[in-house]
Design a protein around this ligand. Structure first.
Ligand SMILES: NC(=O)c1ccc[n+]([C@@H]2O[C@H](COP(=O)([O-])OP(=O)(O)OC[C@H]3O[C@@H](n4cnc5c(N)ncnc54)[C@H](OP(=O)(O)O)[C@@H]3O)[C@@H](O)[C@H]2O)c1
Length: 294
């Protein structure tokens, strides 16, 4: 299937944040948005100005004419929209149909595949709070691609045009890929919130607290990037300093008991990391885990 035929006509079904950003960025690189859709009039207006193509409210009006159909609706309706388009006979052989969800695999596009289209998921590992910020963030973004490998060349070309990098993952691993991204992104927010709550108990507001922690946080991230999490690990768990950890447990239990479970849980995983770093013996790990209730 890999030919250099001009697979350039794109349709954006759901021209919201991601649809507008990818549509506009691809247009700058020679792809031709032939049509797009959005539900609200305001969104249709901004999409039309940005993509310079007709923008409809009905997905079936946009999808038929395109070589590459982007289903960039909210996750919860991708399958519904895809199934409805397939039922209306919009998809055809030679077309590529994709969605940009991190949580779902290309399996939710099975009705498009049955209609002869090639399907894959095309997840930008990036955050798009709006069009301008999204366009700024795009260069260097990784795109996780999973689905029908024979159509991956279409993804490769788009990733190259977008100045990104491609990461291919097996279909059955898509939920694990998404879980990892959630841990790295969302749980990092939660972890910061746990630290800020401890500061709050000391009477230090979140702004000042974050300002004081920021050099430590960014320094640690830099070290992790340069040497990996094991070598970057320092602190009382890595040193096997049980009395210090005990003093943490006591004060957290007394002043912010709702954070005790999170502290203990992270400590248990950190003990394993310290064992891999070879600063703790098996016996020390056992003692630490006993103290932390693991
Ligand atoms: N935003 C991010 O940071 C990000 C990052 C990576 C991947 N993604 C993924 O990209 C996809 C789109 O996310 P987004 O943030 O761009 O969402 P969004 O800004 O809410 O845009 C969704 C688009 O779909 C339209 N829409 C909503 N409900 C619909 C329905 N029932 N039928 C047809 N169209 C409908 C919306 O119309 P209106 O414009 O009129 O509301 C809008 O154009 C999702 O799969 C998401 O998981 C998002």
């Amino acid at each position: 299937m890999h030919t250099t035929k001009a697979v350039k006509k794109i349709a954006i079904i759901g021209a919201g944040n991601v649809g507008k950003v990818l549509g506009y960025a691809l247009k700058q690189k020679g792809y031709v948005p032939v049509a797009a859709t959005a539900r609200t009039a305001a969104s249709r207006k901004t999409a039309a100005a940005l993509l310079q193509c007709p923008v409809y409210s009905e997905p079936e009006k946009a999808a038929q004419q395109a070589d590459i159909v982007f289903l960039t609706t909210p996750d919860r309706v991708i399958k519904e929209v895809c199934d409805a388009l397939a039922l209306k006979g919009v998809f055809h052989r030679g077309q590529v149909v994709l969605h940009t969800s991190g949580a779902h695999s290309s399996e939710i596009l099975s009705t498009a595949r049955e209609a002869g289209a090639n399907v894959f998921s095309f997840h930008p590992l990036q955050t798009f709070p709006g069009v301008e910020a999204g366009l700024r963030a795009l260069p260097g973004t990784f795109f996780a691609v999973e689905g029908e490998q024979e159509a991956f060349w279409v993804a490769e070309e788009m990733v190259a045009a977008l100045g990104g990098k491609m990461l291919t993952i097996p279909t059955e691993m898509k939920p694990l890929y998404h879980a990892a991204a959630c841990v790295a992104c969302n749980y990092l927010s939660t972890l910061m919130d746990v630290a800020l709550k401890m500061y709050q108990v000391m009477g230090i507001g979140s702004e000042q607290a974050f300002e004081s922690l920021a050099p430590l946080i960014y320094g640690t991230l830099k070290n992790i990037g340069e040497m990996g999490p094991e070598k970057a690990l320092t602190g009382p768990v890595a040193r096997g300093d049980l009395p210090t950890i005990n003093s943490h447990l006591e004060i957290i239990g007394k002043l912010v008991p709702e954070l005790l479970a999170a502290y203990k849980c992270m400590g248990i995983y950190t003990a394993d990391l310290a064992y891999r770093k070879e600063t703790l013996t098996e016996d020390q790990v056992k003692q630490l885990k006993n103290l932390l209730g693991g």
